[in-house]
Design a protein around this ligand. Structure first.
Ligand SMILES: Nc1ncnc2c1ncn2[C@@H]1O[C@H](COP(=O)(O)OP(=O)(O)O)[C@@H](O)[C@H]1O
Ligand SMILES: Nc1ccn([C@@H]2O[C@H](COP(=O)(O)O)[C@@H](O)[C@H]2O)c(=O)n1
Length: 212
């Protein structure tokens, strides 16, 4: 990590490994402490491709765990713009509609940007924009249990659909793309979202950058 105007910290790892939880814990606690002006947070999921031109039957067939499912060019463009002190319009995504929504959210330039997502470390052009990267290393069986509960409670899925998607795409794409991308991480965090020591270490590193 360094003394740039905008430092981008990536948090990657398997689906339901706890990326959003740890990213949001760090973000919310630092915002409470330091205010909202200095730190921003972005989810890679906001950059899933728009599929409004496809029928619902076609949308459910998409492999959402393959790098092609994401518009990484747009995410990269947004990180570059933020580094150039320009605001960006973050897309909004619906897991129930499997497509982007019409609205966007404005993100103004920040000294620290936390970006979290499954495939962030797989893309060389994205890696160029990252100043530090963390990989959340939670065992896959734990991720599956967390995903089952979350997707049924929050993403409108049935148990059968979660298991079918997990077997067909989530697990194979983890093994093909996400797991090997761990080699690009600077820090590996076991267990996930409630690893308090990891959250505190990342928070103190961010405080240190902001104090410069
Ligand atoms: N250490 C943990 N213990 C218990 N539940 C957790 C833990 N980490 C995450 N969770 C829960 O598991 C689910 C998936 O976590 P989330 O942060 O959304 O994962 P990701 O962003 O990696 O997909 C959420 O419901 C979250 O609250
Ligand atoms: N329409 C969609 C889009 C994505 N997914 C799944 O979301 C996972 C990534 O999000 P996490 O918060 O879990 O990191 C990914 O594994 C996709 O399978 C989906 O089910 N439907």
């Amino acid at each position: 990590m360094n003394t740039k105007d905008c430092v981008v910290i990536a948090i990657a790892g398997a689906s339901a490994s706890g990326k959003s939880l740890i990213a949001n814990t760090i973000f919310n606690e630092l915002c409470d402490e330091l205010g909202t002006e200095q730190i921003g947070i972005i989810s890679e999921d906001a950059y899933y491709r728009n599929q409004s031109h496809l029928s619902m039957d076609q949308r459910v067939l998409t492999n959402y765990d393959h790098p092609k499912a994401f518009d990484h060019d747009l995410l990269c463009e947004h990180l570059k713009a933020l580094k150039n002190k320009q605001s960006v319009e973050i897309p909004a995504y619906s897991y129930t509609e499997h497509t982007r929504l019409a609205k966007t959210t404005t993100l103004t330039p920040k000294k620290i940007i936390i970006v979290e997502g499954i495939l962030l470390l797989t893309d060389p052009q994205l890696r160029m924009q990252l100043d530090a990267s963390v990989f959340i290393d939670t065992p896959l069986d734990i991720c599956l249990m967390r995903r089952l509960k979350r997707d049924i409670e929050q993403r409108g899925r049935s148990m059968e659909s979660v298991i079918q998607q997990y077997t067909k795409t989530v697990r194979p794409m983890f093994l093909q793309f996400i797991e090997p991308s761990k080699q690009h991480a600077d820090i590996i965090v076991p267990r996930g979202g409630k690893n308090r020591i990891a959250a505190d270490i990342l928070k103190s590193r961010i405080r240190h950058i902001l104090a410069k």
